[in-house]
Write a new protein. Structure first.
Lengths: 451, 475
């Protein structure tokens, strides 16, 4: 039997105008069952990192399935045709390997690291659950992992301020939006997920054509490609996944919510919807977040802490997802009212929106963004994640020069413009988190339910 | 631009055999890096650890004294001397220094411990010269501005008064440590807010200057560097560092003989945190390797016996883990897990069953083999970046060990006689010298405890945070 493959991308950045971006040297290959394979050998250590990403997340859940993409992530470790229950971890651990996984709104990613001599084992494990998971599924495993997932939810919610992110999802995205229900889902849906639904979910989403496999580390790429081709040769091409939902956020979608928690301080989150991953304004919004919150001498940091001691804790961040991103400012204080904190933050944002930051401010922010990316290329596991991100963004695993150019191209005026365009009060959602029984939430804030 | 290349055909022999896991070929023998130790002058050594291909260079100055030398115990002033050491320096305001560090991608930090002080920096290789210049100034001439000191004191007070009392994980850790160590033990973490509020900037500066004269001094340099080219800069960095101070006395042994059950009452909580701490062999003791095998099998990995039981079989927890804290002065083993309150009693019972099963049967051969492979992989991972390599070397130096000791320990693990692990588990995991901590709603938990671990001493979060944890010890 022969498996046809298509080499999708090779390395060719010699002529790239950006010269100081670190180079990666990955190749991408499409197997004829639809699986995309990205390889980058790296022989600094004897380790290999393997990531498999499936383009399925909580946004793909139907009514009655909320939380099931994440529950399914757990079930992927419970056995398949050639891998008995628990054997996935036992065998990989015995080989000196480790694994983990995560589920987001857009994707589910399975990660492994292992000594290079265990590559066949790792590929056997991944191919078996990609092609033949249904043979290993049973209701007992589903029931057990339902308990584990519900306990995972309870553990997170029991931590101080552990419900905030999920509350923001419910506030920020309208009830019809695919990001509205948090990834962890609802208790009712997670509890009600039965074996027939598991099989249906797997058959809809866990398709080779809906997956990308990345391998980084100590291997010979030609031999590794042969091994991959071998282990995935009997994983059938089951066609393409159904088109994904792509609903947009209405521009006037705003809400004010509150949570009471076992805390002794108060926190306010100011959140704005922004742009989808890969959009033109994404980099400028990233840099705006560091202009506001990048340490001493940056706008919000000085205004609420270093020059005026108002806050105990704070954070500014911009995150993008496939459909839309969010820009968030979070401030905590045990003495200063949330209204005061909000006014100070909005004043600083308005200053940037009115007058562009200095070139020095933007240069510092750009440097911060870039150093994060350079450090993420160091270890095979992080590097595999970067290659995967490159593939998602550009269909090119060697995107570092483009990524650097993306940030280098942002001007101070771009930063001002995105602040003025996106971070406006009429698009702002707020969440107040206050001690139980405390009346210090922002005016008009209504309790947020997390069923 | 994506380069599209025509179809490529790859042939292979038959469909995969999925009837069994593929045989794993023997691994390449692990090659640990080669550390070079150079004595610059009496009491001052440089440890060179070249790691090819890594982006950053890490430089750590490890001074041979800490809070015990300064005060006879750890104090809030020690903590602030460390945390504010790298914030501002002569000619560099805090704002200017932070901005410069951002542009150089330079990270600096310092910690003053009980017995040692560590000041370190991390910088990309192409910025090493500028980074070393800045680090030199910060190492020798920190300024401890009054505003920074005041702000840091306020943050620490706030953390102890509103942060820790509302964080169940922090409460569990604090109760555990406060019960494990007597109040007079310098390792006991009891906070002293009055002492914290009384710290002055000038105190910190004089402490820093005194610590800089302490010895021995070990400098760790890790990265893709040529020691011959870098040597003069590192030696210059050490001008005035280290004096002829006698080696530090070891910490006193921990007072043994505690059998305690501490409950921390958090009314309204629906989750409970359980932790168990017991005695364990000292670092360097003949039993250390056997204890590491026990640790791996009982709670040190995803399908350890405890996590498999409580998570994969019962579904009671998102995850439980253990750790073996091996030191030359005292060691302990601990397990931590969070469960719903209705499962507290049943979970304790299962934990006790697994500990007893380990004591009865010891570590199995497959667990030993997996642990060995994990150790090799762990060493491989430490060489992936300069910071992870520094961390591994730093851990060895902290305990007076070298990479040769690490190599020998891997060999010992391979030759471990499994029949020794059961008796060792009985002497440690089931030792009468132990502390249980349960954090949760007393009203829902208390009745589940007596038959399992005995009656608990119940405390409020405020009592725990104030250090009011007193337990009796056997003479």
């Amino acid at each position: 039997m022969t498996l046809l493959t298509v080499v999708l991308a090779a390395v060719s950045f010699a002529a790239d105008p950006v010269t100081d971006a670190p180079q990666t040297h990955a190749t991408a290959t499409l197997l004829n069952n639809g699986l995309t394979v990205i390889l980058e050998p790296q022989d600094r250590t004897g380790q290999v990192a393997l990531d498999v990403k499936y383009r399925v997340g909580s946004r793909d859940e139907r009514d009655g399935e909320h939380g099931c993409a994440h529950l399914f992530e757990h079930l992927m470790f419970e056995g398949s045709k050639g891998v008995p229950n628990n054997a996935f971890d036992v065998w990989l651990t015995a080989a000196g390997g480790e694994n983990n996984a995560y589920t987001s709104e857009d994707e589910t990613v399975y990660t492994m690291t292992f000594p290079s001599n265990a590559l066949d084992l790792a590929l056997f494990l991944e191919s078996d659950r990609m092609g033949f998971l249904d043979a290993g599924l049973d209701q007992a495993n589903v029931t057990n992992q339902q308990s584990v997932v519900l306990q995972e939810r309870a553990t997170g919610y029991a931590a101080p301020r552990g419900r905030e992110d999920d509350a923001i999802s419910r506030l920020l995205w309208p009830s019809t939006h695919p990001y509205h229900v948090p990834v962890i889902g609802t208790v009712a849906d997670v509890s009600g997920f039965q074996i027939d639904k598991v099989r249906d979910f797997w058959s809809r989403h866990y398709l080779p054509s809906n997956a990308t496999l990345v391998l980084v580390g100590n291997f010979d790429p030609a031999v590794a490609l042969e091994q991959i081709t071998h282990w995935f040769s009997d994983v059938p091409n089951r066609g393409d996944a159904a088109p994904r939902v792509a609903e947009q956020v209405p521009p006037d979608s705003v809400a004010q919510g509150k949570l009471e928690d076992d805390v002794e301080d108060r926190t306010v989150h100011l959140v704005w919807p922004t742009v989808a991953r890969g959009s033109t304004d994404e980099a400028a919004l990233d840099l705006l977040s560091w202009v506001l919150d990048g340490g001493r001498g940056t706008r919000i940091d000085d205004a609420i802490y270093y020059k005026h001691p108002l806050a105990n804790d704070w954070m500014v961040g911009h995150w993008t997802r496939d459909l839309v991103g969010e820009f968030q400012v979070t401030v905590t204080s045990d003495t200063v009212p949330l209204e005061t904190l909000s006014k100070v933050v909005l004043r600083e944002i308005a200053r940037v929106a009115k007058k562009a930051p200095t070139d020095a401010e933007v240069a510092r922010a750009r440097h911060t963004a870039w150093s994060y990316m350079e450090d993420a290329l160091e270890a095979p596991a992080d590097r595999a994640a970067m290659l995967l991100a490159c593939w998602d963004r550009y269909h090119d695993p060697n995107c570092m020069p483009r990524e650097k150019a993306r940030y280098d191209g942002v001007t101070a005026e771009d930063v001002r413009r995105v602040a003025a365009k996106y971070l406006v009060p009429t698009r702002m959602t707020t969440l107040s988190v206050v001690p139980n029984g405390d009346d210090g939430a922002l005016p008009g804030a209504a309790p947020v339910e997390l069923p | 631009m994506i380069a599209w290349i025509p179809l490529l055909s790859l042939a292979f022999a038959g469909a995969p055999d999925r009837s069994a896991a593929p045989v794993i070929p023997p691994s390449t023998p692990l090659t640990l890096p080669t550390e070079t130790v150079e004595t610059v002058r009496p009491g001052v050594r440089i440890h060179w650890l070249p790691v090819a291909g890594v982006r950053r260079v890490e430089v750590e100055v490890r001074l041979g004294r800490g809070g015990l030398w300064l005060d006879g115990s750890g104090t809030p002033a020690d903590d602030l001397t460390g945390s504010l050491w790298t914030v501002a320096a002569k000619g560099w305001s805090a704002s200017k220094l932070e901005q410069a560090a951002s542009l150089e991608d330079l990270a600096m930090s310092a910690t003053v411990g009980l017995r040692t002080t560590i000041v370190s920096m991390s910088v990309p290789r192409d910025g090493l010269d500028r980074g070393l210049d800045l680090f030199d100034t910060v190492l020798h001439a920190p300024t401890y501005p009054g505003a920074e000191v005041s702000r840091s004191i306020a943050d620490n007070v706030q953390n102890w008064t509103t942060g820790v009392p509302t964080d169940p994980q922090s409460l569990a850790w604090l109760a555990d440590q406060s019960a494990w160590y007597p109040a007079a033990d310098p390792r006991s973490p009891r906070p002293d807010l009055d002492a914290l509020r009384a710290v002055k900037s000038g105190d910190l500066r004089s402490r820093q200057q005194r610590l800089l004269t302490s010895a021995p001094v070990d400098v760790v340099v890790v990265g893709d560097v040529d020691p011959a080219k870098l040597r003069s800069q590192i030696v210059a960095l050490l001008d005035g560092v280290g004096a002829d101070v006698p080696a530090a006395d070891p910490l006193p042994p921990r007072a043994a003989g505690v059998t305690a059950v501490i409950g921390v009452d958090v009314p309204g909580a629906d989750q409970a945190i359980l932790s168990l701490r017991t005695i364990a062999p000292l670092r360097g003791a003949p039993e250390q390797t056997a204890m590491e095998a026990i640790q791996f099998a009982i709670g040190g990995q995803f399908l350890s016996r405890l996590n498999k039981n409580l998570r994969e079989e019962k579904g009671w927890t998102y995850g439980g883990y253990s750790d073996y804290d091996a030191n030359t002065d005292e060691s302990s083993w601990a397990f931590h897990v969070q469960v719903a309150e209705e499962n507290v009693g049943a979970s304790i019972l299962e934990i006790q069953k697994e500990l007893a099963r380990m004591a009865d049967g010891g570590v199995h051969a497959d667990e030993k083999a997996a642990g060995l492979m994990g150790s090799v992989a762990a060493w491989n991972v430490t060489l992936e970046s300069a910071s992870s390599a520094r961390g591994a070397l730093d851990d060895l130096i902290a305990h007076g060990e070298t990479l040769d000791v690490a190599r020998a320990r891997l060999d010992e693990a391979s030759a471990l006689d499994l029949s020794t692990t059961g008796p060792l588990a009985r002497a440690t995991l089931l030792s009468g010298d132990h502390v249980w901590v349960i954090v949760g709603d007393r009203a829902h938990i208390e009745a589940q405890l007596p038959d399992l671990v005995g009656a608990a001493v119940w405390l409020t979060p405020a009592q725990v945070t104030a250090g009011n944890v007193t337990v009796e010890r056997a003479p």
